[in-house]
Write a protein that binds this ligand. Structure first.
Ligand code: ZN
Length: 300
């Protein structure tokens, strides 16, 4: 090896060394960058995950345990039991009209409910079923000036919605029973499950024809207390659902239940009435012939 060769060899060695060092440096840099990025992304992911989880828990709590701030404290509402003007066939066009309706009764709490309504001077509507041991309650509903209306004979979807004949038979039996018990012809009807139920597979027009033939007007609702939900609700929760459901509706038909299993529904009634008692723009009415029907399904 001469001197020139040696110099060239040395040069290649130095360049090689620089090249390898640079290469290692770049690799280290890239690895460092990737690790850092991974860490940042992981942190962002965790933050987002926390946010999503807290939102999800808010959503899942929403139905049952509403945010405290959103909850109307019914204890705070001033207590003033002034009798409301009793309905006398007027339409009260300037007032917000609330129609409390109670399905599936009478039951063991009906008298308690009637006592409460009497105490507040409020009239309501009862969509009843056949309960042979509660004949006094049917009569008291009528005598107290509430509206007694047909819901069903035995509330068996299977029988009622099996056929048009089954539907008619259920209504006829209830109609005759109520007429016999109270001496008054029923004028109003509520479909078990509502007019929009999907249990009946035939043409709904046929069912509506049966009602028309009997001169029965059917009413659904535009405010659901949700007291028929699987989870038993407290009276406070039911009253909250009703008050929020009524909102600013000019006419609110409120769905509630009056059965042996629904004591909290009855206990919710004074909470609801207390809330509106001082509001002169609100009137509670029973369904009468002047009440605008709320119907989820209409005859086509
Ligand atoms: Zn019902």
């Amino acid at each position: 090896m001469n001197e020139n060769d040696f110099k060239r060899y040395k040069k290649i060695q130095i360049y090689g060394f620089i090249f390898v060092s640079l290469f290692i440096l770049i690799i280290c840099f890239v690895i460092g960058y990737l690790l850092n990025r991974n860490y940042t992304l992981e942190r962002k992911y965790n933050d987002l995950n926390d946010k999503v989880n807290s939102n999800l828990s808010e959503i899942s709590n929403f139905d049952y345990e509403k945010d405290e701030a959103e909850f109307i404290d019914l204890e705070e509402v001033a207590f003033k039991r002034e009798l409301k003007v009793l309905p006398d066939g007027e339409e009260y066009p300037d007032k917000q009209r609330i129609y409390l309706t109670f399905d599936d009764g009478p039951g063991k709490y009906t008298n308690e409910l009637l006592d409460i309504l009497e105490e507040y001077g409020v009239k309501a509507t009862f969509f009843v079923i056949y309960q042979p041991n509660h004949e006094e309650e049917y009569r008291r509903i009528v005598d107290n000036g509430h509206t007694l209306a047909i819901h069903s004979y035995d509330h068996s979807y299977k029988k009622i919605y099996k056929s048009v004949d089954g539907f008619k038979e259920d209504i006829d039996k209830t109609y005759d029973f109520l007429l016999e018990t109270t001496g008054q012809e029923p004028l109003f009807y509520r479909f078990p499950g509502g007019s929009s139920n999907t249990i009946f597979k035939g043409n709904k027009n046929d069912l509506i024809d049966v009602l028309n033939d009997k001169n029965l007007v059917y009413y659904d609702w535009n405010c659901d207390s949700n007291d028929a939900s699987k989870k038993a609700l407290s009276s406070n929760q039911i009253a909250n659902n009703v008050i929020k459901g009524i909102g600013n509706k000019k006419e609110a038909i409120v769905l509630m239940h009056d059965t042996n299993a629904k004591l909290t529904s009855i206990e919710a009634v004074p909470l609801i009435l207390d809330y509106y008692m001082e509001d002169d723009n609100v009137i509670f009415l029973p369904i009468t012939e002047t009440t605008e029907p709320i119907q989820h399904v209409k005859k086509k």
